[in-house]
Design a protein around this ligand. Sequence first.
Ligand SMILES: Cc1cc2nc3c(=O)[nH]c(=O)nc-3n(C[C@H](O)[C@H](O)[C@H](O)COP(=O)(O)OP(=O)(O)OC[C@H]3O[C@@H](n4cnc5c(N)ncnc54)[C@H](O)[C@@H]3O)c2cc1C
Length: 418
Amino acid sequence: MNRVTIIGGGWAGLSAAVHAVNSGWQVRLLEAAPQTGGRARRITHQGLALDNGQHILIGAYRDTLALMQLVGVDTGKHLWRMPLTLRTPDGDGLRLPALPAPLNVLAGIVSARGWTWEDKWRLIRRAIQWQQQRFECSAGMSVAELCRGLPPAVMALMIEPLCVSALNLPPAQASAPIFLRVLQDALLGGIGSSDMLIPSVDQSRLFPDAAVQWLQQRGAEVVTGHYVEDLSPYLSSPVVLACPPWEAARLTHSINPAWSAQAAALQHTAIATVYVQAHAKVDWPYPVMALRSNSTAPAQFAFDKARLSGDTAMQGVIAMVVSASNGDREQISQAVLAQAREQLGLQHATVLFAVLEKRAAFACTPDVDRPSAQPGDQVLACGDYVQGPYPSTLEAAVRSGIQAVALLKGLHMRENTL
Ligand SMILES: Cc1cc2nc3c(=O)[nH]c(=O)nc-3n(C[C@H](O)[C@H](O)[C@H](O)COP(=O)(O)OP(=O)(O)OC[C@H]3O[C@@H](n4cnc5c(N)ncnc54)[C@H](O)[C@@H]3O)c2cc1C
């Protein structure tokens, strides 16, 4: 059996490991942290199973969903599925009805609240134009340029929340081709592809814990608490780097300086999740609410953790997400607390716990130059940052793991022919 060493046990590394085992490889996975999951993992606070960051998946994440099912996760039970809903507490915004695409989009726009008929008509015309252009645009375009001329209410209640949650950048800085690709897959990817899938369990239970168990049952070696300092001890067989780009850059410095420099040059953006204790009854129409976000009220979304999890211990716990966040943890927490009081009417709310992940996502700017998946002859790379159609997301991470295994097969075949 051919041996492969995978360095990093986030969703990309676990995806690579599961697919490699399925393709007959003997897998050794080395993870620096005490637990797998990387940026999408559980953090326990005062006995509550919270996350390193509140996540949302969408129905278009087909490889992520297939992988979760492969390792035995009940995606119907562990993900709360609802139609795309961007409704603010005052009821404004978009909600797609349960109809086949593109009827759901059309009906959602027509029934959106807080937009004039002129606003809706302009959005419909622009959506038709994007579809006629096959959701393609020039590589260097920003989302703000792509959406120039759309009404301010449509920008504020639809484009900005979608852009910042998918690309973790405001429209002026975000890549238009990648935004269009996500829109296309979500809106036209088939039944349910635009649905929001919100975890009802913590991020580790959602996939990494089941993946590790699945791997170990099939003879793979999963070692946590093992930080790889140097690649040389592992290079007698193929290596897959599944660590973040700055670590991959360090490990490949002497193997491929150009690839290493490219990975090191990526910029990163932050996401904060502020867990707020409501100290009041939370009675929203949906378990996730869109918020009106600005520099002083920075959160874009709020999640009712008790409703999502069905766990009474989570009563009153609200996860408030600040994508593309600025400032330190304390400043963000205080601003979010004021926003919870003002926009959600939670006058007695207090901050329970806040996580600020400074390098949450690579900056998906129009000029971003993503490294390839093969830095060396025997060295492959996977992770949400490697070249691919998606921004920094779970789906990008999972797909990159699949791609690394496809390249592994190529290496193996080449070796056998030589
Ligand atoms: C707060 C937050 C919110 C997010 N929200 C969403 C969302 O709503 N939807 C979505 O799709 N995506 C979201 N993302 C993005 C998503 O979490 C990432 O795209 C994904 O987890 C990246 O996985 P990865 O395996 O590529 O990298 P990572 O998760 O970073 O995994 C890399 C692993 O490598 C390990 N490692 C590093 N160096 C070494 C070494 N030298 N030796 C051994 N191991 C090493 C690390 O410990 C880590 O476990 C969010 C991210 C954050 C932080």
